[in-house]
Design a protein around this ligand. Structure first.
Ligand SMILES: [Zn+2]
Length: 298
């Protein structure tokens, strides 16, 4: 108690703090804890409805104290049931501008088809990186912007059923496609998908669909990464990757994909576990995204 009072006094005596010191900073360690918590539920895939429910509850309960609105959008597709989660944090300055969106998939792949051990290829993956890491960045970003100024409304969207691609002839990004179809009037001015961003040797080149269809947005993000001397963001072109940004790009909405490439060794294997994740990698992504959002001009 004494300590708290002293801190308050010091704060009042200091000269007017600059805008940055008034901001809550993204913490990679907190994001890493969100990964640990998700992985503890087990694989978040259609054969494991209990884990799916726990994950929806976890995302919803984490967001509810931080966001102005949290909505669940359920859907079905070829006998599968999915839930997209959509949270909005409103800009206190009351701009009437279109929101910006961060997106991540919260489901995990039911088959580890890339596992070096053929006996494990029918097992589900734990998805510490492929699934939980993107969710973790979004949840930590919710804490940041619940406590610091936002230039425009911020939407955090968590997509289900991204990672069913090529299983029983299913496509990738089922949840993201459903989201775009079910919300035809949703037009964020910019969006960023965050997928596989916790690996220790994180490498995010310029994904090619994003570069081709939303080049200006890519330039803004990579300029911030350059200013911050982020080693995770690479300045060369990557390849075209099918991910949750594509349904948005196809609908004419500028949404880019931050994704690790070449895919890490644990990609779609049973080795996609928390020990592969680094708080520092999450921090680099969080720092770039925080600055992008805080400096966004509607
Ligand atoms: Zn995947």
């Amino acid at each position: 108690m004494k300590y708290l009072i002293r801190l308050t006094l010091v704060a009042t005596l200091l000269p007017c703090p600059n805008v940055l010191s008034a901001q809550t900073q993204f913490e990679g360690g907190r994001a890493l804890q969100h990964i640990v918590n998700q992985v503890a539920f087990g694989p978040r895939e259609p054969n494991n409805p209990a884990a799916k429910q726990l994950t929806v509850d976890y995302i919803q309960q984490t967001l509810e104290p931080l966001a102005d609105r949290v909505t669940l959008q359920e859907f079905s597709y070829r006998g599968l049931f999915g839930t997209n989660i959509w949270a909005r944090i409103k800009s206190p300055s009351g701009h009437n501008a279109q929101p910006i969106m961060l997106g991540a998939h919260w489901d995990t792949r039911p088959q580890a088809e890339m596992d070096p051990d053929p006996a494990l290829r029918n097992r589900p993956i734990l998805g510490a990186n492929d699934g939980a890491s993107g969710v973790a960045v979004l949840l930590e970003m919710a804490r940041v912007f619940a406590n610091s100024p936002l230039p425009v409304d911020l939407d955090l969207v968590f997509f289900d059923l991204e990672d069913m691609g090529n299983i029983n002839n299913l496509p990738y990004s089922i949840g993201a496609k459903q989201f775009v179809t079910k919300n035809p009037f949703y037009r964020p001015s910019a969006g960023i998908i965050v997928d596989m961003v916790c690996a220790k040797n994180l490498s995010i080149p310029r994904e090619l669909y994003s570069q081709t269809k939303a080049g200006q947005l890519m330039d803004k993000v990579w300029q911030i990464a350059k200013q911050q001397k982020s080693g995770a963001f690479k300045h060369h072109m990557g390849i075209s990757i099918i991910d949750d940004h594509l349904p948005f790009l196809n609908a004419g909405i500028s949404v880019i994909d931050l994704i690790h490439y070449p895919f890490p060794d644990h990609w779609h294997t049973t080795a996609d576990t928390v020990d592969k994740c680094s708080a520092n990698s999450l921090q680099q992504v969080g720092d770039v995204l925080q600055q992008f959002i805080a400096a966004y001009k509607p």
